[in-house]
Design a protein around this ligand. Structure first.
Ligand code: 5GP
Length: 231
């Protein structure tokens, strides 16, 4: 199979004009690739967790690229052209939100916030406002509204699912792509690499922050997430 793309945590292989294979690697990076490691088995865990979330979203009528699981490390997905934006939803103050606005970590936001960032390692994924997105033709008004509406729906669905596992969905990043019919699909992965999960009682991190901040072992943290989701 032809390798279409290799990212920090995944590879995308061409199946045909309509479909790709998404392979989860064992690599982990943080701070735009400055910190880099490998954890044997991380790819399998993230693939399993992603399968689980995509299936739940599909059941709830969210259009995603997910087609089917192929094996431990790979799933089949619809091929899309990736939109040049990252969509972040926040329920609690953490990460770049705290840094940007000087807000204390852990504060619950009065309502979920959707932010857009330009997808660019070189520029360090800068925050972009909706008018600038339109001005730069990065998406149309309809596309933006669709992404925002979908991101908030995803937030509701995943938050209530995670609550059952005694996890708070603090924030997460989504990516969208356009298929050959111009339809927008939710793509990429949904994993502890792309979301912040906190234990609902102790508020301890059960996501990539343990690696970013050297707080705990990444593999056993991701195993704990999978265990709580009964995977
Ligand atoms: P922040 O903007 O606070 O760094 O991130 C907000 C949320 O989106 C976090 O859950 C974080 O893991 C996720 N996120 C934001 N940008 C990226 C990115 O470039 N890669 C990954 N894997 N996750 C991201």
């Amino acid at each position: 199979m032809k390798l279409l793309y290799e990212g920090k945590a995944k590879k995308v292989w061409e199946i045909d004009a309509e479909k790709v294979l998404i392979e989860f690697k064992d690599d982990v990076t943080a701070f735009d690739g400055l910190k880099k490691d490998q954890y044997r088995g991380k790819g399998l865990l993230n693939k399993k967790i992603s399968d689980y979330f995509f299936k739940i979203l599909e059941k709830n009528a969210i259009k995603t690229h997910y087609i089917r699981s192929v094996d431990d490390r790979n799933f089949e997905a619809f091929r899309t052209t990736v939109m040049p934006l990252e969509t972040v939803v926040r329920n609690y103050a953490a990460g770049s939100f705290c840094k940007r606005y000087g807000i204390e970590k852990g504060k619950k936001l009065s309502k979920p916030l959707v932010e857009f960032m330009i997808k660019s390692d070189e520029l360090h994924d800068p925050l972009i406002c909706e008018d600038t997105i339109l001005l730069l033709d990065l998406a149309t008004k309809e596309e933006l509204e669709y992404m925002k509406r979908t991101a908030l729906k995803v937030n509701e669905i995943l938050s209530s699912e995670l609550e059952k596992a005694k996890l708070i969905l603090v924030d997460f990043k989504l990516e969208f792509g356009k298929n050959s019919n111009g339809e927008i699909l939710l793509i990429d992965e949904i994993t502890p690499d792309t979301c912040r999960f906190w234990d609902s009682e102790t508020f301890e991190s059960l996501d990539k922050d343990v690696y970013r901040e050297d707080k705990a072992d990444l593999l056993s943290t991701y195993e704990e997430v999978a265990r709580r989701l009964e995977l």
